[in-house]
Write a protein that binds this ligand. Structure first.
Ligand SMILES: [Zn+2]
Length: 217
């Protein structure tokens, strides 16, 4: 009982003693209440949902850039507008016909003519994270700076891509979407790129609706 009285007195005098002193500004308490624990690693400030995908352990080595990665914000789909081809052949065309340093795309997906049906070939632009040369005309050249260019071999004005090409494309796009947090709304056919040149690439028979239904968020 005596101890309780002593504690009460200490409390009363303690409060009385503190009362005249300047109280800390309320904002201090607010901050301390709201501040996260120091050990917490905050997630990226994004509202984009995470995507369930295979771990990067089963992704082919060539899909992982060997240089520090660019801030990719879009994926742009093309066709070669030829019946045949592969990354090496398109590289030659773009050097000799366009005067470019090499193939303008980041990836080429074969149709079974000069590479495997559905085979995905990463190019030097992807490995080195070099600015693309596949979608001209956009303000600030954003589509080549921020857009990952994927070309499917074939002329999709005359025939559709093979099912193996589309399966490979969907898998690659899902991987890229997750790695760079690119939403479905930023997956374009070449001719649909805002501000880009007018073109019917990737062809009238390219199944964009199928692709959009088989990729991530
Ligand atoms: Zn194109």
């Amino acid at each position: 009982m005596r101890r309780i009285i002593v504690l009460l007195l200490l409390t009363i005098f303690g409060l009385a003693g503190c009362a005249p002193e300047q109280q800390p500004p309320r904002i201090v308490y607010d901050y301390e209440t709201k501040a996260p624990p120091k050990t917490t690693v905050l997630p990226p400030t994004t509202t984009k949902p995470t995507v369930s995908l295979p771990s990067t352990g089963i992704v082919p080595n060539g899909w992982m850039p060997s240089h520090s990665e660019r801030a990719w914000s879009a994926i742009i789909i093309h066709h070669s507008a030829t019946d045949e081809g592969n990354a090496t052949i398109i590289d030659k065309w773009h050097r000799e016909n366009n005067g470019w340093n090499g193939v303008g795309y980041d990836f080429v997906i074969g149709n079974g003519t000069n590479s495997g049906n559905g085979e995905i070939e990463p190019t030097y632009r992807w490995r080195g994270q070099v600015t693309g040369a596949h979608c001209g005309g956009t303000p600030g050249n954003w589509a080549n700076e921020e857009g990952i260019g994927i070309c499917l071999v074939g002329n999709f004005d005359s025939s559709a891509p093979t099912s193996k090409q589309m399966a490979s494309l969907a898998k690659l796009v899902r991987f890229l979407q997750q790695r760079y947090r690119i939403p479905k709304s930023r997956v374009f056919g070449h001719g649909s790129v805002p501000g880009g040149h007018v073109t019917d690439c990737p062809g009238r028979r390219f199944p964009m609706a199928w692709l959009k239904a088989n990729i991530s968020y």
